[in-house]
Design a binder for this molecule. Structure first.
Ligand code: NDP
Length: 287
């Protein structure tokens, strides 16, 4: 058996096209483009690449975007003041603070993210949006898990009634993934570093979502034959070599469907950000 490859690029293109059409509909109806502001603090090279990519994708989709570059010496108060300014800016409908923050302010991450107007919180990290997700009424949901759900739907993989296992319980991937899968009526188990006999749990999964940050940790003996395997992990193991948290070559031989790394979930995240900007603009403009 050889798994169907869930190519992120193909799905991402489809979702971006949807966002572009929605952005155009907003412009036609309200006369404004949806607008995104990305705050980047310091000069982390990986962050710079991600931010450029977001800015370029906005331009492709006719979404207005601003990149606000702040020096690594910026204080928590200066960052919060900039966010407050953007909260009040009419042409900005979505605000994102690129993570990780430099060490000097990383201890204030929660406070900084909480200063974003929840209606403009396109990363879905504000406690109000987290609470809405848990209670099933969220509009702005973290982009990576949202992308996983949309991809499962677009690939025709049934979530309702499936046994789903999520490995990893971070606030940005694992926990929102649990809630999104549960809302779609999967029976979900979440595993983490204290889980005993991880393989015995992962082998039960019809849908296995892995977000650990450990290169190729999930091997074929941990996967049920025919399962759908979503690998969120991105690990650099050599200068130019990225791998996921799943041993792709081994697992692809027995899975029903699998996402590659690179070329899988990573590409969906930016597409979902664009969708969230459009959703946020629609909510604000229709009020
Ligand atoms: P975190 O480091 O925040 O969380 C990792 C999770 O994995 C934790 O819950 C941890 O458990 C769990 N874990 C660690 N080791 C083990 C183990 N041996 N067995 C079982 N569970 C374990 O990571 P993130 O969620 O932020 O990211 C995970 C991966 O996904 C990374 O590779 C990251 O780069 C990637 N990523 C990719 C994105 C994309 O766009 N494709 C977006 C976001 C992340 P515990 O809670 O007990 O510590």
């Amino acid at each position: 058996m050889s798994a169907k490859i869930l190519a992120g690029k193909e799905f991402a293109e489809r979702f971006k096209l949807e966002a572009k059409c929605d952005a155009q509909a907003i412009k036609d109806k309200y006369g404004v483009e949806p607008g995104l502001a990305v705050i980047v603090v310091g000069d982390d090279p990986a962050s710079a690449v991600y931010v450029r990519n977001k800015h370029r994708t906005c331009a492709e989709l006719n979404i207005y975007s601003e990149v606000i570059a702040m020096p690594a010496t910026a204080t928590k108060d200066e960052i919060v003041a900039k966010i407050r300014e953007l909260n009040a800016a009419e042409k900005i409908h979505g605000i994102l603070v690129q993570l990780p923050l430099p060490k000097a302010v990383s201890g204030y991450e929660a406070e900084i993210l909480e200063s974003i107007d929840p209606r403009k919180d396109v990363d879905g990290f504000h406690p109000l949006n987290v609470g809405k997700l848990v209670s099933g009424e969220a509009a702005l949901v973290p982009c990576t898990p949202l992308g996983c759900i949309k991809m499962l739907d677009a690939a025709g993989i049934c979530i309702d009634g499936a046994r789903a296992v999520v490995v990893g319980r971070s606030n940005i991937v694992g926990k929102p993934m649990l809630h999104l899968l549960m809302q779609r009526h999967a029976t979900v188990t979440v595993c983490h570093s204290h889980t005993k006999d991880l393989a015995a749990v992962t082998r039960q999964a019809d849908i296995l979502v892995v977000a650990i940050g450990r290169p190729q940790m999930i091997t074929a003996d941990m996967v049920k034959v025919g399962a759908t395997v979503i690998d969120v992990g991105i690990n650099r193991i050599a200068e130019k070599k990225l791998v996921g948290d799943v041993d792709f070559d081994g697992v692809a031989k027995i899975a029903g469907a699998i996402t590659p790394v690179p070329g899988g979930v990573g590409l969906l995240t930016v597409a979902m950000l664009m969708k969230n900007v459009v959703t946020a603009a629609k909510m604000q403009l229709s009020q």
